[in-house]
Design a protein. Structure first.
Length: 318
């Protein structure tokens, strides 16, 4: 099969018939063999009934329905598990992404050799309250992930080589950082294509402004797990040791300073009347805690079933 289109959706009943007809049209015109996988993320409207009807009229349409709303990432992950086309395309259900982009995305994966091609909504039809924070968000994501050529990490329209979606696990709200997940899994050929974007035709957005707070927290998590996931002591141990040493030196300076003044017959005060004494103590305590957190992290890693899991690219055996 050439293409699997994975569509996560939550309460998008009005858009679905139009979307699936449009995808079918593009596929037929280009002679692609394809499947459309609708993942109904616990919709409370008639989305699932609509999907069942669409599937009855076209054997290329598949669907799965969650019992409750889990989120876009779990929906994508489930769709990725079912996909079997050489190229997997993800697309939002709200008609903001255009199926007309599919042939070129397919070509970029198959011919240009990209592992992942992300859409870039260069001209967006979204409120300013969303576009401005999005710019900041993408700038941070570029910096932290080291994927310097992406302008729009969270674009719903993306294309992947089948291998890629089978080797990444999208969970929580990590759909915003799939390129980063792919890069961490060793799929580094990441490209971008400017795509058309429409204003939402039906329904309303499913994400509020909390997306930005959560987005930054998730970015911190990915940075940490990508860098130190297998060796937490390198993070906590370094930080803890530094803090402890600085605290220890500072406390020694306060203590010896007092002893010196005592013996030299200078006026002196109790060490407890110096604020530095308390700061140093706090630093030593925090340093110790960080160090112990490193040990705990190492114990957890030791028990993780994936601690020795590596993505193998190729093998020669004779
Ligand atoms: N979506 C989902 N589960 C959710 C929230 C959203 O499957 O819990 C789907 C939604 O139906 C749409 C896509 O994710 O197909 C993108 O959502 P939306 O258009 O609301 O996001 P925006 O375009 O505002 O970023
Ligand atoms: Mg949308």
């Amino acid at each position: 099969m050439d293409i699997s289109v994975v569509v996560p959706l939550y309460n998008e009943a009005e858009s679905l018939p139009e979307l699936s007809a449009w995808i079918e049209l593009v596929m037929d015109r280009n002679n692609f063999s394809y499947e459309i996988i609708f993942v109904d993320d616990g919709s409370t409207d008639t989305s699932w009934q609509v999907i069942q009807q669409l599937a009855a009229g076209n054997p290329s349409i598949k669907g799965v329905s969650f019992r409750r709303n889990y989120g876009k990432s779990p929906a994508l992950n489930t769709g990725f598990g079912m996909a079997s086309g050489n190229v997997v395309i993800t697309m939002d259900a709200d008609l903001q992404d255009s199926p007309d982009e599919i042939p070129e995305l397919y070509r970029m994966i198959m011919e240009d050799g990209y592992d992942l091609v992300s859409g870039w909504k260069k001209k967006r039809y979204d409120p300013l309250s969303k576009t401005i924070p999005t710019k900041l968000f993408n700038a941070t994501a570029r910096k932290v992930s080291g994927i310097k050529n992406l302008h729009d990490f969270n674009c719903g329209l993306k294309a992947y080589r089948l291998e890629v979606v089978k080797h990444i696990e999208v969970y929580g709200d990590m759909h915003r950082y799939i390129p980063y997940l792919a890069k961490n899994a060793g799929f580094g050929r990441i490209g971008e294509k400017v795509v058309q974007h429409q204003a939402r035709k039906y329904g309303s957005t499913k994400f509020g402004l909390d997306r930005f707070v959560n987005g930054y927290l998730d970015l911190a998590t990915l940075w940490f797990t990508g860098k130190f996931g297998a060796k937490p002591m390198h993070f906590f141990g370094l930080l803890g040791s530094l803090m402890f040493i600085v605290g220890f030196i500072a406390v020694a300076v306060v203590g010896f300073g007092k002893l010196y003044n005592m013996y030299a017959g200078n006026p002196y005060t109790l060490v407890t009347s110096s604020p530095y004494f308390y700061l140093s103590l706090t630093m030593m305590v925090m340093g110790t805690m960080l160090f112990l957190t490193g040990f705990l992290g190492e114990l957890i890693v030791r028990n993780s079933p994936s601690r020795n899991h590596y993505e193998i690219k190729d093998k020669v055996e004779s």
